[in-house]
Design a protein around this ligand. Sequence first.
Ligand SMILES: Cc1cc2nc3c(=O)[nH]c(=O)nc-3n(C[C@H](O)[C@H](O)[C@H](O)COP(=O)(O)O)c2cc1C
Ligand code: SF4
Length: 429
Amino acid sequence: MTHIILREKDVPNIRELDVYLANEGFDGLKKAVSMKPSEVIDEMKRSNLRGRGGAGFPTGIKWSFIPQSEPVKYVVVNADESETGTFKDRQIMENNPYQMIEGALICAYAIQATAVYIYLRGEFWDIAHDLDERIEAARAQNLVGDDILGSGYSCEVYTHLGAGAYICGEESALLNSLEGLLGQPRVRPPFPAQKGGGLYKEPTVVNNVETLANAPYILRVGGEKFAELGTQQSTGTKVICVSGHVNKPGNYELEMGKHTFRDLIFEMAGGIPDGKGIKAILPSGGSGPIVPATDEVLDTKLTYEDCQSIDTILGSASVMILDETVDITWAASKMTKFFKHESCGKCTPCREGTFWLDKVIDRILRGEGKRSDVELINNVAANMQGTTLCALGDFAANPILATIRHFPEDFYAHVDGDDEKAPVKAAGD
Ligand SMILES: Cc1cc2nc3c(=O)[nH]c(=O)nc-3n(C[C@H](O)[C@H](O)[C@H](O)COP(=O)(O)O)c2cc1C
Ligand code: SF4
């Protein structure tokens, strides 16, 4: 398969502007500025591209929410890449940066934005400096700034570094951070696309790096052609980040719906080290529900809808593999510590819930817990779901609810059975 996103695998040095331009670079933007902004949005709608940042929201529809009558509008590129096990946006920005810049400018033209802000996590300072140089190189070719490509449309592109907090990947916390405020999620509505809800209160599109990097290809070949790739609900390709117990961790760009978890793990990622068995898969890092590596799961196709059918999510596709030696209680504890640390503290169920989950699971791991403690953490996690201001509260509940549902024996192995409670039932059973 030729790559749409990881094009450096087919075209060496595509990160250089001359090479990018010689390989259809900025042809998508050229096409876009020859169209009406609303036609660009229609093209994106026809592609049925879904956002690659995690939630899978249809991109063209998101762009269409921006009120055209407002004079000031913004595009924000979410380059926070904070999800556990995700490392695709970094590779895109390092190896094919102009495609993201071009995609952001296509979005900017479509909504008639005045500026693009690329928000990068603080640890990406080197990438931010590199992008700054590339933006200037693009400006010298009349691709950024005033009167882009002689179209009469002008747009600035800026980079901005965060300070490295997971919650600043959440779009409204990101906007706060970009404005110099505390990086905490905002109460919605108003949503970022609405007046009052976006950057500096102006209507704003927030899109992930990979999402925007698809736009140049969609404009070049047309939305319908793009939609021929993948399935009806999961069009195009997806960059899958594979990590954990595999021989060849890394980013793999695959056409959606053409491959299963089994293909990904055993063919592309080289299988499990030392010939060990596979115990579980986290298809979307720590934030999505874990699934046991049964034949049914391994034969599940990599699409949004197929992952849903096995009670998990594809999310931003950070697939983490756990081999047969992993104690799932230990894994749940690691994930819980992460969410406890990253909870911004704004709402009570998440702030208090992550604290207590961590405390009780530590007790269980120390061998000082009871069977009822397993039920306790299950109940705490269930009560966090759907009660928080942003999705981090739900994410933090998943490592407990799904691990107890699928691997109760791993939890009970740590408790001494000194109370009479019946084995816990997973929430929702
Ligand atoms: C706690 C949390 C962390 C998130 N982190 C990221 C992130 O690092 N990168 C990202 O693109 N989206 C992240 N998101 C999703 C964004 O809020 C938003 O949905 C996304 O940037 C929209 O872009 P898309 O439509 O292109 O997917 C996060 C969401 C939550 C709740
Ligand atoms: S759910 Fe957690 S991270 Fe999100 S706003 Fe509430 S306290 Fe902050």
